[in-house]
Design a protein around this ligand. Sequence first.
Ligand code: FAD
Length: 474
Amino acid sequence: MSSESGTPGDRRKIGPFADDLSAFMDGFHGDVILPSDHRYEDARQIWNGMIDRSPAIIAQCDGTADVVDAVTFARNHDLQVSVRGGGHNVSGSAICEDGLVIDLSQMNAVFVDPETKRARVQGGATIGDVDRETQLFGLATALGVVSATGIAGLTLNGGIGHLRREYGLSLDNLASVEIVTADGTVRTASPDEHSDLFWAVRGGGGNFGVVTSFEYQLHEVGPEVNALFVLHPGDEATTALHAFHDYTKSAARESSVLAFTIVVPEMEEFPESAWGEPAVAFLGCYDGDRTSASEEFSALRDATTPIADLSGPMDYTTLQTMLDEDYPDGLRYYWKATYVEGLSDDIIDLIERYGYDSPSSLSTVDIWHLGGAISDVAPDETAFWHRKSRYMITFEANWEDPAMDDENVAWVRDGIAELRGMAGTSGAYGNFPGFGEDPSQTMFGSNYDRLAEIKAKYDPENLFNLNQNVLPAE
Ligand code: FAD
């Protein structure tokens, strides 16, 4: 499908390859959007309002053949490429400056086979797209906790959600992927075909090609699960966080809990007297029977006299959308994470210090309890290296005012730097990468060299480099 062209903006950006562009656009089934197109402004926006980039071409693909054409066009014209799945990575790596965006947002179909308990999901789908279709059959796979997030970036870099300790990372639930590699070839990667590539895409991010579909293993989940959502007062944060630490030492595998600092929002679910006050929240899911749930979560609910306790049976899809409105499109965001072995007194102190002294009342410091099924897999079994850490701590700066950009970014960087200076901390997570400034080795650990060999085989010219980039081995 074509787009208007010929404005000065178009000529500046596409002049060098204008002759071949018409043929590319004529053959394309999706939309090719150039700077002159009235849809361009919308098409270049992503979730993070900090990102303001102007690509030369946005190729909104309609299917795998469009992806092949876009990869081939970019390679033949030596264009910078970015790949957009759900457009939710905080680094903004979905959008490039002056190059070609391979945009999969229109490719969001989900096909569920309840017999085999498998789902085939196109590369532009969101978590909400998948949950909606799989829950029709009482099934789900392990994804993240906000429904607008893209499954592509989430899965390729890990995938940590409410089912993580029971069913592992999102990538642990992959049975296969269909991927278009840099030479324009469509390949299946699975344990039986291109198994090296299958190893690499499970944790290696977008380094190895454009994944046009993901095949997930599904599990019986819902329609109701046991949700935990309790807010404890900030002046008892130390007591609450120590209760969380104790709880995690013997938590059930079917239970995954996240603790975070928060300023109580002005919402009717919370008492008005607490609005604007600091608090500690526990949010979690127990995928077991109801009676054991009240026992499982009692220490967390009773840690103090809570501000609010909304725990109880809840539709799985309700739990999966509970945080959605906290992360609107276009707000300003900067997030980073690191892994920790244990929650020492010093680490708990740091979480409280930063959590209650952030430049924005929308920001949080989060502790994700890991382990369980995530740790069953050896660090070199997939490209995802950080398997053995018991927690991941994330600094999430969320703010509105562009004049506060520097303060918010500095708050995250200072907090993470101080944390990484403490004993028992390591690594980084590709789904919370700041602006991608940490060396890729921080994420891939000792898997880096094997990733570099596989990169040299499937993407020797490093066409796919807007990611936590792995350089092809020489
Ligand atoms: P995009 O920005 O579209 O893509 C990011 C990168 O992934 C691209 O630059 C590219 O390198 C690669 N990529 C994307 N699509 C493809 C594809 N089809 N083929 C090849 N490469 C591709 N993470 C968690 O683990 N758990 C959570 O609960 C969680 N919650 C979140 C909540 C919110 C509100 C947000 C914004 C993020 C959350 N994240 C979470 C982080 C999230 O997993 C990452 O931001 C993830 O990268 C988003 O994927 P995406 O497809 O939307 O990203």
